[in-house]
Design a protein around this ligand. Structure first.
Ligand code: IPD
Ligand code: CA
Ligand code: CA
Ligand code: CA
Length: 277
């Protein structure tokens, strides 16, 4: 598959960082781990991978700025372009020896995500998308799943954890979704959840309070694979807001309707809808 110059830059940065993560994943017990907040881990593997991505992208496009999870904002001289980078999405998985983690790199141009790359080095799976050019997994063109009904669908989510998110709201939402679908999955890396929706593995995905680097590349992948992406109330998706709901047109619509029911019940102090037999 012929890749554009931009895609080459992004995939090379992701794959180089991937080699560093693979080495560190092999000796995870030797990593230095610290906490940024409750259950919010960061290790020297995250920082090394971020440094590699930063160096590679800065060398290729010296004028462009960054928004990165660990380093924060790095202003560029070109106000139109910004890289949005998660050097290790799924740190908790990584530190537990679970091979569901990825590097996520997106390019924002004039406030719009125009290119995205997500790489899971443990499975050697590289997701790429450019606005208007389709989404790919390695060399295969992606299309979201065609399932039309929630009862046939597997829906991914991210659940709140120690010190993070609205636990009660999640219980209402997940109880509603589990009552209406073939299953819920919590994989632990939002970028890969979105890659899996784009690949038709998951039929849909919703999560609250994510960060731009978790969802910038993945939201483009889902759209380029023919999916619909909004916030969790059906409003226009904004990468800086962090609430996301996606799937094919029909599943996306049904998922939003179930989330609405769950939140109406939650706000009213009522019971979520009981599971069907
Ligand atoms: C986390 C993952 C996880 C999501 C968390 C994120 P990190 O990112 O994407 O799936 O549920 O909210 O913080 O910290 O491992 O890069
Ligand atoms: Ca983190
Ligand atoms: Ca992340
Ligand atoms: Ca991260």
């Amino acid at each position: 598959m012929a890749r554009s110059a931009l895609m080459n830059v992004m995939t090379q940065a992701a794959m180089k960082a991937g080699r560093s993560l693979t080495r560190d994943f092999g000796e995870v017990q030797n990593l230095q781990v610290s906490m940024k907040g409750p259950a919010d881990f960061v290790s020297n593997a995250d920082r090394k991978a971020e440094e590699i991505v930063f160096q590679e992208l800065s060398r290729a496009r010296p004028e462009w700025g960054f928004l990165m999870e660990e380093r924060g904002t790095v202003e560029g001289r070109d106000p139109q372009h910004r890289w949005i980078v998660d050097p290790l999405d799924g740190t908790t998985n990584f530190l537990h020896g679970i091979p569901m983690f990825a590097i996520s790199i997106a390019l924002e141009r004039d406030g719009q995500i125009v290119a995205g790359v997500i790489f899971n080095p443990a499975l050697d799976e590289l997701y790429t998308a450019e606005k208007g050019g389709g989404a790919f997994l390695n060399d295969r063109r992606l299309r979201v799943a065609a399932r039309a009904k929630l009862p046939e669908s597997v829906i991914a989510t991210g659940m709140p954890f120690l010190g993070h998110g609205d636990h009660a709201r999640f219980l209402f939402e997940s109880r509603q979704i589990m009552a209406e679908t073939a299953g819920i999955r919590r994989m632990g890396a939002a970028s890969l959840d979105l890659g899996y929706v784009a690949a038709g593995r998951f039929d849909g995905f919703w999560e609250h309070e994510l960060k731009p680097w978790d969802i910038a590349a993945g939201s483009l992948l889902v759209r380029e694979a023919g999916g619909f992406v909004t916030d969790t109330e059906g409003a226009k998706f904004d990468v800086m807001q962090g609430d996301i709901c996606c799937g094919n047109e029909l599943i996306h619509r049904q998922l939003l309707a179930e989330l609405k029911k769950a939140n109406t019940a939650h706000r009213g102090g009522g019971e979520p809808v009981a599971a069907k037999g």
